[in-house]
Design a protein. Structure first.
Length: 163
């Protein structure tokens, strides 16, 4: 019996072609509207591209949140399977020791570099914290908060991390 091959590669290639085609169409429409502006039409190309971007923003945000959500479990599972396939504990200890050495040394180098740069540039040194304090009431603070929208609710249904 013949085994059915996965067509995931074909689906990815089709999606790439469709994405490139859609990008070209949006670009072409924007360039066409720029020609119309040069001819005296008041329509703005930025309005067209911004309107399109606003329409697909929810989809792109959900997609990026799903990608961010899967990264940490994927890395953990990859490391766990890699360690499990090493076999004997001697090689696991050797590889684990080297990994810990690299992790600790990279952390020390980044901490030293960060400390050096903070002491050199002194960020925030000239800022007077007390001068920018707003002594407004709670109602002023509440009025400046982001209002509830269906789009923000749907965005936050998909977490950035499962942890």
């Amino acid at each position: 019996m013949k085994e059915k091959k996965s067509q995931l590669t074909l689906y990815i290639l089709i999606a790439m072609v469709l994405g490139a085609l859609l990008g070209y169409i949006v670009y072409y429409k924007a360039m066409h509207s720029l020609e119309a502006i040069a001819a005296g039409d008041k329509f703005n190309a930025a309005t067209l591209t911004q309107g399109f971007a606003d329409k697909i923003k929810l989809l792109t945000t959900i997609f990026l949140r799903l990608i961010q959500m899967i990264i940490s479990p994927l890395v953990f599972c990859t490391l766990a399977v890699g360690i499990a396939k090493l076999g004997d504990m001697k090689s696991v200890g050797r590889v684990g020791g080297r990994a810990m050495l690299w992790f600790i040394s990279a952390s020390l180098v980044s901490l030293a570099l960060g400390t050096l740069l903070v002491n050199l540039f002194q960020p925030g040194h000239a800022i007077d914290i007390n001068s920018n304090v707003n002594h407004g009431s709670a109602s002023d603070i509440i009025s400046h908060t982001q209002e509830f929208s269906l789009q923000s609710f749907i965005e936050h249904v998909f977490p950035k991390s499962v942890i």
